[in-house]
Design a protein around this ligand. Structure first.
Ligand code: TRP
Length: 441
């Protein structure tokens, strides 16, 4: 069970391609290692709804989903420890997207980079500004905002190009909280400058859009061939080489220790031939990747296993998203009408002194473990809500006070202190808390 002080990190990758060395060095390696650190709670997901925005070949999406999921697992992601899921298995995400759509200014989305750059391109070409712009591209930041806010992530590790999206998610959360009560944690972008961006085969940043990538788990022989194709200058063996601006050197550096890097620097100065240098770089990279490649290949050969892992992950994620969405639906005014009837009846019964019977109550008690607990009971003394143990009766009392006076906000902030509640039960909890809040005022 996560400790209440854990920092929640959330990482998503669009399922539109095959992971390459740049993804590994820039994100996968670091985020997998980080997910094992104490005090860290991590969410990793495959953003396949985002893929629909740019992929026009349906078969590409499951293939990419498989490859990215297998890569993460092969690199050591532990699905027991993290929450690992596929975006489209969480129906609460598109639902939240709509809620956020309704609190997001169109003018804000007009300024989003991905949309704007397509627009600028069209204008520069003298075309209609909206050529090839789908409403999906325009809405991209809102879907991303829902990914992040759905799980109340504190930190979202991203490249600089994605920072604007995190800021937008933050603004959406803020706006929603302002209108409907404090439901969302406001996320922050985490940019790790220590993490290198890797040059590709042609020396520009390794990126699918430049078609200069080296697939992370290319078979050994192919990897060797690709590395042999990295651009170099035309200096002959025996001539000193520049490390500055050498893509080969930078790629090596991303895998090597400081000592190994110093040794290659020396070899450059002493005129190592490009062929030998490339062989060295290949051997070094292969040493790190070979054991993972083996796991990757085994996973790729067993897609059903990955499917099972993702479905189990989705179930874990939905333990959070389902009750949270019930609360959010209630907050925005999508409500169970029968709870209105109940309230009306209770309200009319309350006039006069009949208020004693048939109302929800909190009950505080101490268990043999020495901790202090409370329950929320319904009119018939049935348990609606069960707390976890608090250190002191004051702590438990404060939680009860918060639930009575600001139910929405308190349910969000106290989530860790309450036993998980399913969808239907959460509706009853909300109705009972509303009733109590109504009486208090
Ligand atoms: N936009 C990200 C990308 O292009 C993927 C993504 C979707 C994402 N939703 C997210 C990343 C939420 C972080 C958080 O790769």
């Amino acid at each position: 069970m996560a400790s209440p002080i854990a920092t929640r990190f959330l990482t998503g990758i669009t399922t539109s391609g095959t992971p390459h060395l740049g993804n590994y060095v820039g994100s996968i390696r670091h985020s997998v290692r980080h997910s094992l650190a104490p005090g860290v709670e991590s969410f990793f997901f495959l953003a396949d709804y985002h893929a629909l925005i740019k992929v026009d070949e349906p078969a590409r999406i499951p293939q990419s989903t498989l490859e990215i999921a297998a890569s993460w697992l092969a690199c050591g992601l532990d699905p027991e420890r993290v929450t690992f899921y596929r975006q489209s298995d969480i129906p609460e995400i598109p639902e939240l997207t709509w809620f956020l759509t309704c609190v997001t200014g169109k003018g804000v989305l007009n300024r989003a980079h991905a949309y704007k750059s397509q627009l600028d391109k069209n204008i520069a070409r003298g075309e209609d500004p909206d050529t090839d712009v789908t409403a999906g591209l325009f809405m991209y930041p809102v879907l991303m905002g829902a990914d992040i806010l759905m799980f109340n992530a504190h930190k979202v590790p991203v490249g600089r190009d994605q920072v604007q999206h995190i800021e937008m998610a933050r603004d959406m959360g803020q706006r929603f909280n302002h209108l409907y009560g404090a439901h969302f944690t406001l996320p922050e972008a985490e940019i790790d400058d220590a993490v290198a961006t890797l040059p590709g085969l042609d020396g520009r940043k390794m990126s699918k859009s430049y078609d200069n990538t080296i697939p992370l788990f290319a078979p050994r022989a192919q990897m060797q061939k690709l590395i042999a194709g990295i651009v170099t200058d035309s200096r002959a063996p025996g001539e000193a080489k520049d490390t500055e601006g050498s893509a080969l050197f930078q790629i090596f550096q991303a895998f090597a220790t400081a000592d190994e890097t110093a040794a290659l620097r020396k070899a450059y100065a002493e005129g190592i031939g490009w062929g030998d240098a490339k062989q060295l770089v290949f051997e070094r990279i292969d040493r790190e990747l070979a054991p993972m490649r083996e796991r990757y290949e085994a996973l790729l050969n067993d897609p059903a296993q990955i499917e099972r892992i993702l479905l189990a992950g989705a179930e874990k994620a939905r333990q959070l998203s389902r009750p949270f969405m019930t609360r959010l639906r209630h907050a925005v005014g999508l409500r169970d009408l029968s709870s209105l009837g109940g309230q009306g009846a209770a309200a009319s019964k309350k006039t006069g002194k009949g208020a004693k019977a048939g109302k929800p109550t909190f009950k505080q008690y101490r268990e043999r473990d020495g901790l202090f607990y409370f329950k929320l009971l319904d009119a018939h003394n049935g348990t609606l809500l069960q707390s976890r143990g608090f250190q002191s009766p004051q702590d438990a009392g404060r939680a009860i006070g918060a639930l009575q006076h600001r139910p929405n906000e308190a349910l969000a902030t106290l989530a860790e202190q309450l036993e998980p509640v399913d969808n239907d039960a959460m509706r009853a909890v909300m109705a009972a808390l509303e009733e109590l809040a109504g009486q208090a005022s």
